[in-house]
Every structure is written in C-alpha cells, then in structure tokens.
Write a protein that binds this ligand. Structure first.
Ligand code: SF4
Length: 122
C-alpha cells in the first residue's frame, strides 16, 4: 500500500467483519481434513531444500504439481514446462541427498521426485 486510499480500500472490508458461524467453521474443518488427507507431499514451499541442490531441481514447484494431481487427478504439463524451463527436470536428479540433509521437515524428496518424474515424464 502506498497511499491512504489504498489503505482504506484494503481495510474497509473489516468494518462489517463477523466471525464464521458454527456451521461455517464445521464446513471449513471438514474441507481442511479432506485436503490434509488428500495432499501427497506436506511441502510448505520454504525452498530450503533448493539451497544445496547442485543442479537446482525445482523441488517445491514439482511437489505443488504432485499435490494438485493428488487433489484433482489432473496433470498440468504446461506448468511443468514452465517450472523446468530454468531448472533441472525431476528425472535429472543426481540422488546426492543434499536437499534431504538440509531440509528440516524430513520429506523423502528423492522418492517423491521419482514419483513425480514417473507421472510427468514417464
Ligand atoms: S538429491 Fe536431487 S534434488 Fe536433492 S540436492 Fe541432489 S540433485 Fe538436487
């Protein structure tokens, strides 16, 4: 926000704020539960894993596509082409394991990259 009118515009919706009803909260909890059970990789896109990758595999974006496929059953090849344009493709992973050593959440990155490569490059 760079001026007062933008600030007023962005905060204006709070003037009529009302909390979610009990029914809306239950619905939100159900949707959250379904998504958590459906998502394949619990990646938060922090991108720490890429800091040590010698060939810059675009791990978070590939995992995002893997999750999208898990939820919708649809592949988006156009996004894979875009995400891999300036990065190594999933199948080019050297299996060096550097990403897994630096990554704090203990995701088996190499295994999921194999799964992703089979889906998108197989
Ligand atoms: S295992 Fe693959 S993705 Fe991980 S750092 Fe090595 S080359 Fe990059």
């Amino acid at each position: 926000m760079s001026d007062i009118s933008q600030l007023e515009d962005n905060t204006g919706y709070m003037q009529e704020f009302s909390p979610l009803t009990e029914g809306e909260q239950e619905l939100a909890a159900k949707i959250t539960d379904i998504l958590n059970r459906t998502i394949r990789v619990l990646c938060t896109s922090c991108r720490h894993c890429m800091e040590e990758c010698p060939i810059q595999v675009n791990i978070p974006n590939y995992f995002g596509l893997l999750n999208l496929y898990a939820v919708t059953g649809k592949k988006t090849n156009m996004y894979y082409q875009r995400y891999s344009m300036n990065h190594a493709r999933a199948s080019e992973c050297l299996k060096c394991g550097r990403c897994e050593r630096i990554y704090p959440q203990h995701i088996v990155i190499r295994q999921f990259l194999d799964e992703f490569a089979a889906l998108y490059e197989g």
